[in-house]
Design a protein around this ligand. Sequence first.
Ligand code: ADP
Ligand code: ASP
Ligand code: MG
Length: 405
Amino acid sequence: MARIVQKYGGTSVGDVERIKKVAERVKATRDEGNELVVVVSARAGVTNELIARAKAVCAEPSERELDQLLSIGEQETCALTAMALHGLGVKAVSYTGAQAGIFTDKVHTKARIQTIDAKPIENDLKQGRVVIVAGFQGINEEGNVTTLGRGASDLSAVALSAALKADKCEIYTDVDGVYTADPRVVKNARKLAELSYDEMLELASSGSKVMQSRSVEFAKKFGVVFEVRSSFNHNPGTIVKEEVAYMEKVVVRGVAVDKDQVKVIVSNIVDKPGSAAKVFRALADATVMVDMIVQNVGRHGVANLTFTVPQTDTQRAVKALEPVLAEVGGGQVAVHENIAKLSVVGVGMKSHSGVAATLFQSLAAANINIELITTSEIKISVVVDRDRVDEAARVAHAAFGLDTL
Ligand code: ADP
Ligand code: ASP
Ligand code: MG
């Protein structure tokens, strides 16, 4: 007997037929004698619909009320999954995040899990019940419902696995595992049998939606080994863990695309110590997440600062910059929306030279212009025109031999 946490994503519980299929899978795992906790997402599209409705009634909805609203998407599928299991004769109980003992800090819409009181779930497991938990949500010390950030049902599953000391954590989604690139964009993408936490983390934070990046951080911190696999077949998926075996020649493991970034240019600021500090302090105080940064120093003692921020932070960034412009000698702020970030990731980069050259050459051969560049030990990212980023992903994927892995 093993203790297993399974998570089913939005497409996997997309309608009542699919919820019934999930219930059959859960029953099969239960019938093998395992203890089972199941985390479910909202039906695909529901969270976006709820956000749109909130904005239709109020331009800037209160974040507390937004969390109150968004949490119902997961609660619907959670209760329906329990009912579907009852229909199959399986003992099951559904819980909201709060009922499952998931306590968070007070930051609405992207709360962090602080503790999990596993007693209620432990008790149900002892009684032979399958426990279904609504993903993506918790409760804060004031008793308010919080949500954990987009895609965070993954995090609910990983955190419950750690709290319950589960033997297995399985993330069921609509693809067979983690691929060398988004298989919907790069036709020749290959499924990876194994991936290290660090590589998964870089892919996730570079825009590969298949796992939410905070859930990978959490898994690394608490040593939760998880498998990403399809809810539509029984193929083996991708195991994500600390150490994986590598072939010497594999330098780049995967390619990721992020279309949710915009480029901000602060131009004509005085080129003297403190200017950049003022600009980025103002952004930090407004909790804007700045990613890539480049400074160009022009003639006549003025400089331009160019950086990227998530699209959702654009207005906050522009507002935060207004008051500092005068302090840094005037200057203008411009926002370019039509950009995207392409990243290549691999721990093999640490010991290989020429990775940047290969990437830049492949993009040059396709006549794709590079606007910004950043590098780290295991990742190189470039900003290119958004309309060409899918093509850029395909050429980079081929250039690093991933098509023929
Ligand atoms: P879920 O609703 O199950 O959480 P998501 O839509 O969040 O599913 O994530 C799965 C999607 O991630 C896939 O449909 C795929 O298009 C996308 N994706 C992006 N990059 C990758 C990758 N490297 N490997 C697999 N899927 C990826
Ligand atoms: N329903 C939430 C979202 O769409 C959480 C999740 O699906 O993981 O972001
Ligand atoms: Mg997801």
